[in-house]
Design a protein around this ligand. Structure first.
Ligand code: 4LM
Length: 409
């Protein structure tokens, strides 16, 4: 047998090893956790040179720390970007990036469906400061071509969108946005760089809530931005340093570095479990609709296969009995935990209309394609049979919906 051909290291290898040499320093297998807010300058002149950006070296942990710097190097590598900046939360990533890039008079075109707090930031934050926010249905790229104006600076979307799983064609949107002079920001939280690589498809920036799959264990809040080095430097030295202060603690950076080591493995298991749950729900007589990119009849199946390595760990569905049936179903769950957030080892169920997307008014939810009866599931890492047994018993405990609108027990 011939030796395997040397080639660029694969994703899992880079997620474990990139940018850290265990033979350097003390020889520790794991990178050191630097707990220091400030750094000593050998001389006044060297301190001044670091401040002026003329000499490398750490200054103060609001603008850099060796543990967070390692995480940034690793995330930039995994996303295929020039540079990364990690932040105190996913909201810290989006707010720091957009406060840096935008000025009054600029326009953001965003997809209709966004995570509730991102929608809140756009419409109650940016909009108060003279930025115009236009929501359109980006699942049809032609809508972007029609909507763009000379002031459109940013096109922002999630794919899959939280919570209704609509997919957006990143390459098509990037091409149209660039033609009109706008830059594209993709919130790729649901996918992680293992499932989707927005920069390779033409996006300018990727943002993440690293609270979710990147950390992977539900024990921290964090965010990340990946993009061109010049822009990331601006976000670091203006957006985060002076505007949001959304700095990630080095202890949380250390935990994310640990989480990344199993990211590829975990994403396979999340996807397998989500597919098993989605197939079960889609075939169940009490279920009206199940949205999951891995289902054969998912309306955007072709795009899912082209853009995503795996269909991922998130799904959403609606029971025939609507909101009330969904509430009863969720209250009957025993193993699956009623909780917001996603990407944890535990399978989580939540009701977007009253939880993560309750910042939209009911009319806004309707206009933004977020149905009141939707139940969202983040498939965890448990044994699929146990998850299906829990779903089965919870559906049994949910009154059946009769066509006349009444419940049958
Ligand atoms: C949730 N989501 O959906 P931080 N972008 C996306 C998200 O789903 C989230 C954020 C950004 C949920 C949190 C409770 C697509 C969050 C914001 O929570 O600030 O790290 O991320 O359940």
């Amino acid at each position: 047998m011939s030796n395997p051909k040397p080639s660029a290291p694969g994703f899992a290898t880079r997620a474990i090893h990139h940018a850290y040499d265990p033979y350097a320093g003390e020889g520790a297998l794991n990178p050191p956790l630097y707990l220091s807010s400030t750094y000593a300058f050998p001389t006044v002149e060297e301190g001044a040179a670091r401040f002026a950006g003329e000499q490398p070296g750490f200054i103060y942990s609001r603008v850099g720390n060796p543990t967070t710097a390692l995480l940034e190097a690793r995330l930039a590598n995994l996303e295929g970007g020039e540079a990364a900046l990690v932040t105190a939360s996913g909201m810290g990533a989006t707010t720091s990036l957009l406060w840096t890039l935008l000025a009054p008079g600029d326009e953001v075109i965003a997809d209709k469906t966004l995570y509730g707090c991102t929608f809140g930031f756009f419409n109650h934050g940016l909009a108060k400061f003279g930025v115009r926010i236009t929501h359109i249905d980006l699942t049809d790229p032609e809508n972007l071509a029609r909507a763009m104006t000379a002031n459109t600076k940013i096109v922002f979307f999630e794919s899959p969108a939280n919570p209704n799983m609509r997919l957006i064609d990143i390459a098509a949107i990037a091409e149209l946005a660039h033609r009109g002079g706008a830059r594209v920001v993709v919130d790729s939280t649901y996918c992680t760089p293992y499932l989707q690589q927005p920069l390779a498809l033409g996006a300018d920036f990727v943002v993440h809530s690293a609270t979710k799959y990147l950390g992977g264990h539900g024990d921290l809040l964090a965010g990340a931005i990946v993009g061109p080095k010049e822009d990331i430097d601006h976000v670091r030295f203006r957006g985060v340093k002076d505007m949001t202060g959304a700095v990630l603690s080095s202890q949380d950076a250390f935990l994310i570095l640990r989480g990344l080591k199993t990211l590829a493995l975990r994403m396979h298991r999340h996807s397998e479990n989500a597919l098993g749950i989605a197939r079960y729900l889609a075939a169940h007589p009490q279920v009206a609709v199940c949205h999951y990119p891995g289902l054969d009849d998912f309306p955007q199946r072709e795009l899912a296969e082209r853009q995503m390595k795996l269909p991922g760990g998130m799904l959403a569905f609606e029971l025939k009995g609507g909101v009330e049936a969904g509430r009863r179903f969720m209250n009957a769950l025993r193993l699956i935990t009623r909780a917001v957030s996603l990407g944890d080892a535990e399978t989580l169920a939540q009701h977007p209309a009253s939880m993560t997307h309750s910042f939209y008014t009911q009319e806004e939810r309707e206009a933004h394609l977020i149905s009141e009866g939707l139940v969202r599931i983040s498939a965890g890492l448990e044994d699929l049979d146990d998850l299906l047994a829990d779903i089965a018993q919870a559906l049994d405990a949910t009154p059946k919906h009769s066509p006349g609108g009444d419940y049958c027990y």
